[in-house]
Design a binder for this molecule. Structure first.
Ligand SMILES: [Ca+2]
Length: 250
């Protein structure tokens, strides 16, 4: 256990900080492979004191990042003020995109980013080290945010048949006063009346509560071209659940 005067020894603090900076443990970096692993330095040994690591995960645009912790053991503090892991939906330091700050022994839940960039920050202070953490990430099978002037969306594994129980969401985000035109190049899905099983649904906004543009499946194919008025500057695809048919390409 840490005592209050152990944590902030007033006389030795400066010399200790100099020593730790000179020890220069390297960590962090940019990860652009479709999957990978991250762990605290020295894992599964004790992590170093006074360390700051920053990992940036970047997967192809239109994809999202799925993050899963396998081991988590950091020094506990009620507000994680000593040692912590921070997860950002995007680049680090943008506190509006902070998904959570974690410490102690309770592993963070699995996270999925809402676009193609995710950041992991690890900090330790100058006393009390534990074994740290290990996690893996992978590019999600489908879904994501598209911000370019043009892009391609296809069902998972296209042109092969899509899998059962896929549930993919794409968000097309364009600048103010732009219209979005969707060209359906190929569309082969399980046919069922009402499109209750496999379907593609379009919404003019970031949630299913926004204006519904249409739901399509099987013989109920979408028109070759759909142009939205971009009421909310978003177009949102939702669905592809319980997929049994062939494939789709938009
Ligand atoms: Ca510590």
């Amino acid at each position: 256990l840490r005592g209050a005067n152990l944590h902030h020894p007033p006389i030795t603090a400066v010399s200790e900080r100099v020593h730790l900076i000179l020890s220069g443990v390297k960590c962090g970096g940019i990860l652009s492979a479709p999957s990978g692993n991250i762990s605290s330095p020295n894992f599964p040994g004790l992590y170093p004191y006074n360390i700051h690591c920053s990992w940036l995960i970047v997967v192809p645009e239109g994809s999202s990042v799925l993050l899963t912790f396998h081991h988590f053991e950091l020094e506990y503090h009620a507000s994680c003020a000593y040692d912590h892991v921070k997860i950002y939906n995007g680049v680090a330091g943008d506190e509006g995109n902070l998904l959570g700050t974690f410490c102690g022994d309770a592993a963070p839940p699995a996270f999925t980013s809402s676009w193609n960039v995710m950041s992991v920050i690890f900090r330790s202070d100058r006393h009390v080290a534990h074994r740290g953490f290990s996690l893996s990430y992978r590019k999600d099978m489908c879904g994501g945010v598209l911000t370019g002037l043009s892009g391609v969306i296809s069902s998972p594994g296209y042109p092969a048949e899509y899998s059962n129980d896929a549930d993919c969401t794409w968000l097309i985000h364009v600048s103010n006063s732009s219209a979005v035109t969707l060209l359906f190049l190929d569309f082969q899905m399980e046919n069922n009346e009402g499109c209750h099983f496999d379907y593609v649904a379009l919404f003019d906004g970031p949630t299913v509560a926004h204006r519904h543009l249409g739901t399509y499946c099987g013989a109920n194919k979408p028109p070759a071209t759909i142009t939205t008025h971009c009421f909310h500057n978003y177009t949102y695809f939702c669905g592809l659940q319980h997929l049994l048919g062939r494939h789709l390409l938009a």
